[in-house]
Design a protein around this ligand. Sequence first.
Ligand code: CO
Length: 504
Amino acid sequence: MAPKEAYAELIKQTKEISTLGACQAVLEWDHQVNMPPGGAAMRAEQTSLLAGMIHEKFIDPKIGDLLSAVEDSDLVADTDSIEAANVREIRHSYDKETKLPKALVEEFNKTTALAHNEWAVARRENDFKKFEPWLVKIIDLAQRMAEAYGYEGEPYNALMDNYEPGATVAEVADVFEKVRIELVDLLGKINSSSVKPDVSIVERPYDVEKQKLFGEMIAMAMGYDFNEGRLDIATHPFTTDFGPGDTRITTRYNPKRLNDALFGTVHEAGHALYEMGIDKKTHFGTPVGESASLGIHESQSRMWENMVGRSQPFWRYFFPVAQRIFRDSLNGIAFDDFYAAINTVAPSYIRVEADEVTYNLHIMLRFEMERAMMQGDIKPADVPAAWNEKFKKYFGLNVENDANGCMQDVHWSAGLFGYFPTYALGNIYAAQFFAQAQKDLPDLDAQLEAGNMLALREWLRENIHRHGQRFRAKKLCERVTGAPLSHKPMMDYMNKKFGAIYKF
Ligand code: CO
C-alpha cells in the first residue's frame, strides 16, 4: 500500500478505536455520576466488553502493517509534522500493547481487581500484613510487565513511560532531588514562622447551592464553555472528554469547608480547558487530538488551581464577590487573612489533603519507594518501615498507623506503578509555563485583578493546548519556555509566595 493510503487507513482505524473509547468514557461518567448501585454488575460487563474490543482492534497486525508502510516514507520525513507525530505515537502505543503477553494482561487485570477489595479492607483495619501478599503479587506482575516492555537502565523507566512518554527516571530523579532539598528547607522556615493563618475562615458553614453558583461563575470566567460541558457531583472528582464538543467536569461539596469544591472545580476546569483547546474537530481520535502526557495535563489543572486560583490578583477581583455571596461566613474578614487561610501550609499524613508546598514531598517519597520496590531494593514486607523513615525525614512526623501511611493510596493495589511522579511533574511544569506566560503577558496580574482570565487561556491554547501530542512533554517545554524542565521556576514561585505569607 502506498504511504498516503496507508496513513489514511491508519487514521481511520485509530478514529474508530477512539470512538469506542469515547463510548467507554460515557459509561464511566454515568457510573460515577448517575448510576444506581444496582447497575454495577451489568456496567462492568459493558465496559469490559468494550475494553476487549478496543484492545483487539488495536493489536490487530493490520495496524503494524499500516505503520510499516508509512514509516520511513516522505510523509513523515519532517519529524515535527502532524503526520510524523501521529505515526510516532501510534507506533509507541502499538508496540507497548503488543509486547505484553495476553496471559500476563489477564493475570494483571484479575489480580488488581481482587487486590482493590483486599487493600480497602486492610486499610480500614489498619493491617498491612493483610495487604502484603497482594503487594508481593502486584510488584511481581509490574516487574514482569517492565521486562516485557523492555527498558534501558532500570525497570521503572518502562512503567513511567506509560504515563509520561519519553521521560526518563534519571532526569526526573535529578529534578525531584533538587526540589526535595529546597522544599524541606522551605517547610522548615514555614514551620518556625510565628505567622499562623486562621484556617477557621474557610472551615465554617458554606451553603452548597451558593458554592455551586460561585464555582460555575469562576469556571465560566476561566473560559470553560457550558455549551460544551457540564458540572456534576462525584465522590472522586474527575474530568472526562467524549470528543469534540463535550468535556465534562465534576466536583464534590463540603457544606463546612469552602476549599474542597472551590479549588476542586478550578482544578478540573483547568484540565477541561486543555481538552477544549485541542482541535478535536480535525484531530479527534489521533494522538495529535490528545494531551501530551499526564504531567502536562496536571500542569494545566495545577496552574489554574494554585498559581491563578490561590493568587492575590485573582482574589482582588473574586474576594469581594465571595463576600457578597457568602455574607454570613466572610463578612468583616480581611483580604490578607482570607488569602493566608487558603494558602495555609501544614504537614499532614494524607497526600490528597496536602497543601501546595508539602504535596510534592508526598510524591517524591512515593517515587523513591516505587523505584526501590521495582529494583527489589525495598521488599514488600519492609515497605511500612521504609515509608515511615522517609516520612519522618521529609515531614518531621512519626507515622502512627499504616492506613495513614503506606496504605493510604489506591494506586499500588491497582498496579499503577509509575503514575505518581506525573503529579509533581505537573506542578514543576506549571510553574515554568506560568513564569513564561508572565513574561509574554506583562499585564497578566492586572488582567486577573480585573477578573479577566481569557488572555491566559488564549496563551495556553496557543502555546500548549492546540498541539495535543504533537510534541512530547520535554520538547513542548523547551519550545514554550526555551529551556528544559527545571526546579527553579517552581522554587522561585514558592519561596516568594510563602515568604510573603509567612514573613521570612
Ligand atoms: Co488533576
